[in-house]
Design a protein around this ligand. Structure first.
Ligand code: PBG
Ligand code: ZN
Length: 326
């Protein structure tokens, strides 16, 4: 039956009717708040990301507590170390900034989940996500040597108390290497959140300023995915499932909603979307200029990411969104 018997506007008449038939919900319990923790005192604002600061460990403990009080179940930690070197040793230092921050946050807020970003780019002096070696096309990131250090980083973070580890390096085989290393260390219950379909994206620009992780030369296109590829994203996700991933991530979120849906349908795994720094910066800039209603646009965006297939959304809007949803 079509019009006039069928009138889809019948269920749109009032807020209570619309609430009754809404397919996709958004709650604070779906959100993860990223935190940038530096090995320095105090708070330093990040110019392109109003409302987001680089923070010392004690401030990170406070920010984590504020997130928890708003009903946000997890924070995602990024570290900015005091010094960098070619091998990114700060990443797998048991007394590294993320390890110390993890211990401090877990001690203060045992019920809040701490997720840690597993990568070398914030710790290498060249800014790439792994170890460099000379290859047939010039300097390149050595996959297998990097995977070893990535696995070491994950174990060090999990030993420090990380509830979930999230590798973002895009080396082949790192999920299995991390799973094997965690299990060998008795950390069989630490889930791996795999950045499976991570695209080489201009939307990471503000993050790289925040984390001081811009590559000193070249770009990340020899390891992160080409933005044109959807089939390959599904292959990446399926491989990570096979390697033992517990959660599959798609990143960025908004320009890749089709990929999110395809990955969800192909894997039926818990899927996480990363609403990245550039997505945040654009919304904040447009809102500050008065061009959009920030609250409305953030809640619509996060709902759309959920509708596309994300069970979990990592977003710098987490605290604002959680407050608005209360
Ligand atoms: C590091 C990493 C990046 C992001 C998360 N982990 C940057 C990159 O790959 O260059 C981006 C997050 C954001 O833009 O919010 N591998
Ligand atoms: Zn990296």
């Amino acid at each position: 039956m079509a019009f006039p018997e069928t009138r889809l506007r019948r269920l749109r008449q009032t807020a209570v009717l619309r609430d009754l038939v809404r397919e996709t919900t958004l709650a604070a319990s779906d959100l993860v708040l990223p935190l940038f923790v530096h090995a320095a005192p105090g708070r330093v604002p990040i110019a392109a990301m109003p409302g987001v600061d680089r923070v010392s460990i004690d401030h990170a403990v406070d920010d984590a507590g504020a997130a928890k009080d708003l009903g946000i179940p997890a924070v995602l930690l990024f570290g900015i170390p005091a010094g960098k070197d070619a091998e990114g040793t700060g990443a797998y230092d048991d007394e590294g900034v993320v390890q110390l921050a993890t211990r401090a946050i877990k001690a203060a807020h045992p019920d809040l989940l701490v997720m840690t970003d597993v990568c070398l780019c914030e710790y290498t002096d060249h800014g790439h996500c792994g170890l460099l070696r000379e290859g047939p096309h010039g300097l390149t990131v050595d996959n297998d040597a990097s995977v070893e250090l990535i696995a070491r980083t994950a174990v060090s973070q999990a030993r420090a108390g990380a509830d979930l580890v999230a590798p973002s390096d895009m080396m082949d085989g790192r999920v299995r290497a991390i799973r094997t290393a965690l299990d060998a260390d008795g950390l069989t219950d630490t889930p791996v959140v795999a950045y499976s379909a991570k695209f080489a994206s201009a939307y990471y620009g503000p993050f790289r300023d925040a984390a001081d992780s811009t590559p000193a030369f070249g770009d990340r296109r020899a390891y992160q995915m080409d933005p044109g590829n959807g089939d390959e994203a599904v292959r990446e996700a399926l491989l990570d499932v096979e390697e033992g991933a517990d959660v599959i991530m798609v990143k960025p979120a908004l320009p890749y909603l089709d990929v999110l849906r395809r990955v969800k349908d192909a894997t039926r795994m818990p899927v996480c979307a990363y609403n990245v720094s550039g997505e945040y910066a654009m919304v904040k800039a447009a809102a500050a200029a008065g061009h959009v209603d920030e609250r409305a646009i953030v809640l619509e965006t996060l709902t759309a990411i959920r509708r596309a297939g994300a069970d979990i959304v990592i977003t710098y809007h987490a605290k604002d969104a959680a407050a608005w949803l209360q």
